[in-house]
Design a protein around this ligand. Structure first.
Ligand SMILES: [Fe+2]
Length: 235
């Protein structure tokens, strides 16, 4: 197995639009395992200030999934996290422990509406980093305001934001932006981590190995390892 680490995965059932049943969670675990993943951060959607986040349910269901993997002799580690839809209540809820960071680290996975203004992304980055969190912006290929590469560079270099791209985008399955933009982001080294954002085993499955191989072929071994193993592994 390759030892990929997936930091964005909706495998815990009954928490969002990802897995709906325990059976689907098991199918997703099996699929992740077959894709060479051995660590997953479970990231159900969280909407601070809009919906209470069921922390205990997440903990219990992760334990159940972990026990099942252990029984199946799948050497897989499942860790808690969430994908935060950024709102003004985000920092407050993080500090009170009402929503999880990624695997207990300072990293937080944050998403926005596709049409969110650039000022909102900057504001989120400033607010989060000011209190010690390290933001990772989820699937940055979705935000129209990041069509200009200089903005991605500024968010990374001045505001300390890490950038996540979905493996489906890397595999050219679909993207909100052109493939040219996707390639330039990767070539410039603006992408820190590739993740599956898997929601099920049908329409939005886990394609980590395809993503890794596409990176390897088009951008080289070093980048493939950095995006799929090294950066996510240090979280
Ligand atoms: Fe997601």
């Amino acid at each position: 197995m390759e030892g990929f680490v997936d930091i964005h995965h909706h495998l815990i059932y009954g928490m969002d639009d990802g897995a709906q049943t325990w059976e689907q969670t098991r199918q997703m675990l099996t699929s992740a395992w077959k894709n060479g993943i051995d660590r997953i951060i479970a990231t159900p959607h969280a909407e601070p200030g809009m919906e209470p986040f069921p922390m205990e349910q997440l903990t219990r269901r992760i334990q159940k999934a972990q026990s099942w993997c252990d029984e199946q002799r799948m050497q897989m580690e499942i860790l808690p996290g969430c994908e935060i839809f950024y709102t003004p209540q985000t920092v407050c809820m993080l500090r009170e422990g009402l929503i999880p960071t990624l695997a207990g680290s300072n990293y937080v996975l944050v998403e926005f509406l596709p049409g969110a203004p650039y000022s909102e992304l900057i504001g989120a980055a400033k607010t989060l980093t000011a209190v010690g969190y390290q933001p990772i912006f989820a699937h940055i290929e979705r935000y129209r305001c990041l069509r200009w590469p200089g903005r991605v560079q500024l968010l990374r270099e001045r505001y300390g934001v890490s950038m996540q791209m979905n493996v489906d985008t890397i595999c050219r399955r679909h993207s909100f932006f052109s493939q040219r933009w996707v390639n330039s982001m990767l070539r410039k080294g603006y992408i820190d981590v590739a993740a599956t954002d898997a929601h099920n085993v049908t329409s939005r499955p886990c394609r980590m190995r395809d993503g890794y191989q596409a990176l390897q072929k088009r951008f080289g071994q070093e980048m493939a390892d950095r995006l799929c193993i090294e950066f996510p592994g240090q979280i």
